[in-house]
Write a protein that binds this ligand. Structure first.
Ligand code: PEP
Ligand code: MG
Length: 565
């Protein structure tokens, strides 16, 4: 493996933008895990169980205490972690181990491994929760041994915190005056670390890989949360200047107010991507979003074992709709399957789930599942008295053919719902002229459109160079979709991660996209960038990107036309 030397740049997944220059500090070590082998005498097992319960209760109480002193998402994460230590299923598995003769420490390891394996098999969002499980395991083991709690070290700051993976509890307790940046070896953009880092607005990079381990505590590092890079051996003067510029940009972004438009007044609607009522509330109260551009309904049901009734679903959807009572909300019908398993709407054991029965395809064999969801959306909108001033749009994921678009639009029309389709399968873009006559709008899902255009699994860290929405092949499909949108007078939005990248947002605007939907936290950065350019510059940037040889060249070509604001 390549060594990390001076002037080395290592790359991970960018989560929260911002440049910081400070010394690296590593998180306090996790306890050594005990091995199997030791057997506790039968007479001692009851006492061993008591010892476990006391330790687990102490850990839960400490987390709850911290939760009561924290706020917002941080408080909720700490409470949820405390809840996991008290989880009946997990405690029962530990109890069984102790009753079977294992010492408490080993019983904790075995029970946790069982749950981690289960969560990893479920994949997707569930797999990302395994960090929480390992964290409670380590805290309880340290408590059982009377060792200090693993986690954040005592520092005088400012420092950049390095970790294999941060536990939610550590991230939630973070003092951002001391810990000015976060870098993790593992984790993903939707892990708890990433969620809290966004809330705390601390520059953050995840999934750097094993190379991170070569960076020693005390080494000065330049962390760029927009590029996802950690640089060693930077000139301190240059690094400090970069840090200052990034802070100035952050201030300009904080001051930006919508609605979004380019310097010469070309309007672009900026909307939020949400997965539940809580995220919608944050979008409504803490961002400049004009509405919701993507409500991922499947995320509400990841843990549901049975399909909720129409009324139950309507209650869930109302929580999102009511946050934007006077604006557009785009609800996506269930996108179950592949990396988002929904127990009541996913195929079991497909050979290739990303190319399998997911999204709208699930409804082909079970139309009632879709019509009940559409009924629930219509019911929620009706009960809230929504009308043309607060339009409720519905779109289907994974549409590939005009026939599918027609079928979905027909079901929506029966319920007076405005129908759209996601353009995330290349075929849907290429056949846009055949789909659009049936639809009121389309929304381009660049995450999947990139995955399917480049034939590269969006979950694969090795293929990140391909799963990049700057790939000109993807931009050409978007360009084609926009041209057809203009011809058929069909609104074209983008709701994939591409919409969160300020420079790419200019390219998309230049291509003719009417609305951009992204995580709430990304909206101001996009708005501030659009305000700094005129439409003609966006169009020139778009031409340059379309004509580039690859994603890297496209970025460079656009940077030559547009300086980051
Ligand atoms: C997309 O594919 O770009 C998209 C927005 O949908 P999801 O990420 O939920 O698959
Ligand atoms: Mg998608």
């Amino acid at each position: 493996m390549e060594n990390v030397t001076k002037d080395t740049v290592i790359k991970g997944t960018a989560v929260v933008p911002g440049v910081r220059y400070a010394k690296a500090v590593w998180i306090s070590p996790r306890p050594e895990l005990p091995q199997a082998g030791e057997v506790v005498d039968e007479a001692q097992r009851e006492a061993e169980l008591e010892r476990f319960i006391t330790a687990a209760d102490a850990v839960a109480a400490r987390l709850l205490d911290r939760s009561s002193k924290a706020q917002g998402a941080a408080a909720e994460v700490l409470k949820a972690t405390a809840g996991m230590v008290s989880d009946r299923g997990w405690r029962k598995a530990v109890r069984k181990g102790i009753q079977g003769g294992h010492p408490a420490e080993y019983a904790v390891v075995a029970a946790t491994t069982k749950f981690v394996t289960m969560f990893e098999a479920a994949g997707g969002v569930m797999a990302e929760r395994t960090t929480d499980l390992r964290d409670i395991r380590d805290r309880v083991i340290a408590e059982l041994r009377g060792e200090p709690e693993p986690g954040l070290p005592d520092v005088e700051g400012p420092v950049v915190l390095f970790a294999d993976d941060l536990s939610p509890a550590d991230t939630a307790a973070l003092n951002t005056d001391l810990f000015v940046g976060l870098v993790t070896e593992l984790g993903g953009p939707t892990s708890h670390t990433a969620i809290i880092a966004r809330q705390l607005n601390v520059p953050c990079i995840v999934a750097v890989g094993a190379k991170l381990k070569d960076i020693k505590a005390g080494e000065p590092v330049l962390v760029d949360g927009s590029l996802g890079t950690v640089t060693l051996g930077s000139d301190p003067e240059v690094a400090k200047l970069a840090e200052q510029e990034s802070k100035m940009l952050a201030e300009r972004i904080a001051q930006w107010r919508g609605p979004a438009q380019t310097k010469d007044g070309h309007r672009v609607q900026l909307l939020a991507n949400v997965q539940d009522g809580k995220a919608a509330r944050i979008a409504a109260t803490e961002s400049q979003a004009e509405g919701i551009g993507l409500f991922r309904t499947e995320m509400c049901f990841l843990t549901a074992t049975e399909e909720p009734s129409v009324e139950e679903q309507a209650a869930v959807y109302k929580k999102v709709l009511e946050q934007f009572p006077h604006s557009k909300v785009v609800v996506r019908s269930l996108d179950a399957g592949s990396d988002k398993p929904v127990a009541f709407a996913s195929m079991a054991d497909e050979m290739n789930p990303a190319l399998g029965v997911r999204g709208l395809r699930v409804a082909r064999a079970n139309e009632d599942l879709l019509t009940r969801q559409l009924d629930a959306i219509a019911l929620a909108a009706k009960e809230l008295g929504r009308d043309e001033n607060s339009p409720t749009w519905v779109m289907a994921p994974m549409v590939a053919t005009a026939r599918e678009a027609k079928w979905f639009a027909g079901l929506c029309a029966e319920r007076n719902l405005t129908a759209g389709a996601m353009i995330e399968v290349p075929a849907a873009s290429l056949m846009a002229d055949k789909l659009m006559p049936y639809l009121d709008f389309v929304s381009i899902g660049t995450n999947d459109l990139t995955q399917y255009t480049m034939a590269a699994d969006r979950m694969s860290p090795q293929l990140a160079y391909l799963t990049d929405p700057w790939q000109p092949a993807v931009l050409r499909l978007i360009s084609h979709t926009c041209k057809e949108g203009k011809r058929f007078n069909t609104a074209v939005g983008v709701c994939g991660e591409a919409a969160a990248d300020p420079l790419l947002a200019c390219v998309l605007t230049g291509l003719g996209v009417n609305s951009l939907s992204a995580a709430s936290t990304a909206i101001a950065g996009v708005g501030a960038q659009l305000a700094a350019v005129d439409l003609e510059t966006c169009q020139k940037a778009a031409e340059a990107a379309l004509d580039a040889e690859g994603a890297t060249e496209a970025r460079a070509a656009v940077r030559a036309v547009i300086q980051p604001s």
